[in-house]
Ligand binder design. Sequence first.
Ligand code: KIV
Ligand code: ZN
Length: 569
Amino acid sequence: MSIQPSDAETAHRKVMPFQKYKPFPKIDLKDRTWPDQEIKTAPKWCSVDLRDGNQALIEPMSPEEKQRLYDLLVDVGFKEIEVGFPAASQTDFDFVRKIIDEDLIPSDVTIQVLCQAREELIKRTCEAVAGAPRVIFHLYNSTSTLQRRVVFGMSQEEIIKLATDATEIVKANTRELVASGTEVVLEYSPESFTATEMDFAVDICAAVMAVWAPTGDEKVILNLPSTVEMATPNIYADQIEYFIKRLPNRDQAIISLHTHNDRGTGVAASELGLMAGAERIEGTLFGNGERTGNCDVITMAMNLFSQGVDPELYLSDMPRIVEVSESCTKIPIHVRQPYAGDLVFTAFSGSHQDAIRKGMAYVESGSDGAWEVPYLPIDPADVGGSYRETVRVNSQSGKGGVAFILENYFGVHLPRELLVELSPIIQRVSEQDGGELKADMIWSTFVSEMVEVPGPYQLLSYEVKSTGADRETCQAVIKISESEMQISGEGSGPIDAFVAALSQSINEALNVVDYQEYAMNEGSNAKAISIIALSDGEGQKHFGVGISANTTTASFNSIIAALNRKWRQ
Ligand code: KIV
Ligand code: ZN
């Protein structure tokens, strides 16, 4: 009989008020071509970490933090960096002055400054950038249908006039800068582009371009923000393609994208927007920005990389990028952050670990060099990680994970049968601990289970002598419980002789049925590991492992460990 939940238990299960929300209208684009496009080259990247990212911090960056992040952005290879909103913040103003006055802008980097379409702000921004070799003057005003109605109470014509007047003011106020040798590029953002009627967005951008009147090779950057992400990324791509197809003098514009991540698809929208014809991407490291953030440039660049496209950013020292970003923003990177989080190349599941191990072996054993490893979209080594870190062991992991840790951390390769014995023991320890088993814990469990096995047998000393013709004798002193015993035997080698000595003294038929010995570590403190399986009088097989700098001692220790394991059973 099924038990029905009580009314009290289901009282919270009210239908969510979904009727409150309207679906985003489709874009009237019948002949869309973007779904068939591929991204084959990296876009122009522009970092907006020091502006959009900084603006969204609980505690905005100090001048030192701005400087540190700026240095990182230059190092990572950004050629365009929005360094602040100097008319809105004295810290930003001072920072812009500092990097200009102290000559901290590399010759291949252009700084960008944001400014609202207001005369006094435009003038102040021009003061901030005086003396820079090249500047992108980023002018913006909101064009959104809702904001025009609810916030500004302005018609489309009035908004166009606001934008074109502001462009005139920028032109007039930058004339002096240009005369004194600064190259000025105009970037115009119809803020809330995605919430604007598309034809109006085209009209206002065309009007701004007409006022700026780029000549020759000069282009205007038209930046089309999804200031708040409100629809699926295909809608954004439709909007971009629609806009580009209708923009007059398209060849005089660089189409730039600036997505936010409210629906969690900021990167996807930027990617589809590129397919729709855009050329430039604004975003931030790890997507730091207003609310749910901006387009995450690292993810987007690494996505290109994983498709065999040069991302034109240098992301190989990901741990340093994470460290600087976390310390400047004071926002931790999530463990599942694509390409950068602590767990993103980690497999806990036994079957995944096994597949990774086999994939790695395949890649290393002379495939065509292409990366083909299941569960790992890229080689962790390409972003400063290591293959070793891909496998971690918890109660979900099987023998594959244990084998991986022993092999990769300690150079120990166990036979399958021994692994089958060891892995449930490790699993039990992990279940008791309730968490991850680190490599040192796996090692100590292995040692106490297989190597230094508590029991009555102990090897105190031994002497092996050759009697010629492939025969050796072994004299040893062993301890069984509290009694010391002299034993001796003869065989085809030291192991054979020692096993013969033991068999006689404890009166049990012992035979070596499996044996391997190899060097564990390279270097001066190299040790040998001996893995042995003895069969007893009843034909039962017992594994034991010995470790020593001396190969004979390692073998004898493994035999003693096997006897103690037999006794323990
Ligand atoms: O998200 C946005 O619309 C912006 C603009 C200022 C470009 O950050
Ligand atoms: Zn933004």
